[in-house]
Write a protein that binds this ligand. Structure first.
Ligand code: ATP
Length: 331
């Protein structure tokens, strides 16, 4: 079969990404532009405005980097959900326009599936239990009978969001989670904070509220709070992940999503994998944060399995759950 080339557009939140992937598993380009809020968290409409202003130049640089012309693109993929409505809508509009203009098929991709698939591609993991942790998601998942099943997830905010909000209140520059990680290394005294695991699910909002109260009280060293926040959050993730690994007996453990960049979390996951005789994998940094390459690659997997998204079925799906998606390429 001839090589197939897919261009993927990621636009679920603050990152606008354009990636180009081939059916041989090569990533030819992975370009992005990130919206940075002037203050506070992400404002969806402002982020969408950023994406529409930048999409032309990000597309141009992805094509130039890949060394392919628009006519060589065989498939257009886009992140159809889950994510912020205005941001998703901007990416979907561009994807539909490109698909019609170039007269090539369109494939809507689930963002969470894409985080797992780029992790599998980049690390070589085949059938991992996956911990997907980002600003918007906290999910423990594994493939079983045609879908990625969810074994555990957050009941409220995502762990990345918990770290980001704490960092913002502590006055760290955006995005603040990497600074929380740096400060945590200087932590000396553990400060007890709420640890909330309910069955296989997690809750981070009480943990965040308590950490913020302690921060505002001025009675604690910020480094101690950073360390304690990370230790409690990552222990919670560790408990659920370990239980899922023990029950599924998956031979591999994959850490993916933006929070996968955290070295302390990587160490916790490595220890769990070792304990259970599983191979431990961490998605490389360039593919940990939201990116277009993961959409292009997952779009290709879907396309090669016969998936198509006609324009009239390409409405965005802001609440599209991971376990609603058929995964025909793993059957
Ligand atoms: P989603 O993938 O859910 O749509 P997102 O846009 O937040 O959301 P990513 O780009 O995958 O997703 O991840 C960004 C998240 O990763 C942010 O919450 C950010 O703070 C977090 N992050 C980045 N670096 C680190 C780090 N060193 N330690 C912990 N968290 C980190």
């Amino acid at each position: 079969m001839d090589e197939v080339i897919c261009l993927g557009i990621e636009s679920t939140a603050d990152d606008l990404g354009v990636g180009i992937a081939t059916s041989e598993g090569a990533i030819l380009a992975n370009e992005k532009s990130t919206y940075t809020p002037e203050r506070g968290g992400i404002h969806p409409r402002e982020a969408a405005r950023h994406h529409s202003a930048q999409v032309g130049s990000v597309l141009d640089s992805a094509l130039a980097k890949a060394g392919v012309g628009p006519k060589e693109i065989d498939v257009i993929a886009f992140s159809q959900g889950p994510g912020m409505g205005p941001c998703l809508r901007t990416g979907a509009t561009v994807a539909r326009a490109l698909s019609i203009y170039l007269d090539v098929p369109l494939v809507g991709v689930n963002h969470a599936v894409a985080h797992i698939e780029i992790g599998r591609l980049a690390t070589g993991a085949e059938d991992p239990l996956t911990l997907f942790v980002s600003g918007g998601n906290t999910i423990v998942t594994g493939y079983e009978a045609g879908r990625y099943r969810i074994f555990g997830e957050t009941l409220d905010i995502a762990v990345g969001n918990c770290l980001d909000v704490f960092a913002r209140e502590a006055g760290f520059p955006y995005p603040g989670a990497p600074e929380v990680e740096r400060r945590a290394l200087k932590g000396e005294r553990f400060i007890p904070l709420p640890y909330v695991v309910k069955g296989m699910d997690l809750s981070f909002s009480g943990l965040l509220t308590s950490a913020l109260e302690k921060l505002r009280s001025g009675r604690y060293r910020v480094e101690d709070l950073c360390m304690s926040l990370q230790e409690v959050a990552f222990s919670m993730l560790g408990e659920v992940t370990e239980r899922a690994l023990a029950h599924t007996r998956k031979p591999e453990l994959l850490l993916t999503g933006g929070v996968a960049a955290n070295r302390r979390l990587q160490a916790v996951m490595r220890a769990i994998a070792e304990e259970h005789g599983a191979e431990s994998y961490v998605v490389p940094l360039e593919y940990a944060l939201d990116n277009g390459a993961m959409i292009a690659w997952t779009g290709l997997l879907a396309y090669l399995s016969g998936v198509r998204t006609p324009v009239e079925e390409s409405l965005i799906r802001p609440r599209w759950r991971l376990d609603e998606v058929e995964i025909p390429w793993l059957r």
